[in-house]
Design a protein around this ligand. Sequence first.
Ligand code: KIV
Length: 277
Amino acid sequence: MKTSPYPHLQQRDAKPVTVSDLARMKAEGEKIACLTAYDASFAALEDRAGVDVVLVGDSLGMVVQGNSTTVPVTVDDMVYHSRITAAGLSRAFLMTDLPFLSYGTKHDALETSRRLMGEGMAQMVKFEGGEIQADTIEHLSMRGVPVCAHIGLQPQLVHKMGGFKVQGRGDAAQTMIRDAKLLEESGADVILLECVPSALGAEITANAKVPVIGIGAGPDTDGQILVIYDILGLSPGRKPRFVKNYMDNADTLDAAVTEYVAEVKDGRYPGAEHAFS
Ligand code: KIV
C-alpha cells in the first residue's frame, strides 16, 4: 500500500490499481470509473467510493482557480495539486495533466513528466494532441513514463479552436480513428476521448488495444471520466450535455460519488441524454 501523511483518509486494505489492472479491466469488459480530484480530501472520498482512476486535471485552472480556460495553469500548480491529491489515495491510480505548452518539445515533455511523477507522485501523465504527439509519446514511453493520450476536444486549444465544440464529425472522424491507432502504436497506455459522437467513441474503443476513457464520448468506451465539482453540482453556469449532478438524489458526498461509480460500472451512466450524435 502507498504510504501517506494522511492515513486516516485512506482505505487501509485495498490493493492499489495499476496500469495492468486497467488493461485487464478492458479485456474483461469491466468499466473503468474515473473522476478528477485536486486535493487530499476529495481524493480520499473518491478512493472510498471505489473510483479506479483519479485525474488531477488542468481543469483545476477553471474549477479551483476560477479562470475561464485551462491555459493559465502552470507546471508548479500541477505538481502541487498532484502531490496533495496523491496524499489522499490508497487504491486509485493517479494520473496528472501536463499543462499548456509544458510539452512542446520532447525534452520539455520529459522534464515536466519527471516533475509530475517525481514531485507530484503521478503514476501516469496525460496530455492533449493527435498525430503531432506521436514522437513525444514514444520518447516518454521508452523512458518509462506511462502516458494517456487526450484526443477529441482539446481544451488547451480553446483560443485556436474558438470555443469548446464537439469534435470528430464528418471527415474528421477518420483522422481521429487514425490518430488513436498511431498514438497507441507510439506507446500510449490509455486514450482519453473528449466530446465526440457516440458512434465514433464506440469505433475507436473497439479498434484500440489499450483502454479508452470517455467524457462525452458515449456509452461504449471502456470507462468514463467527469469533473468532480460537476457531479456534485458545484460548477456554476451552463453545463456540458454529458454532465450529471449526482447530488440531485444523494444526501451525502459519499453517496453521490458511490452512485456515480455504480452507474459507470453497470452502464447506467452515460444515458442517451448525455451523448452526442
Ligand atoms: O482537465 C480535466 O479535467 C480533463 C477532463 C478530461 C476531465 O482533462
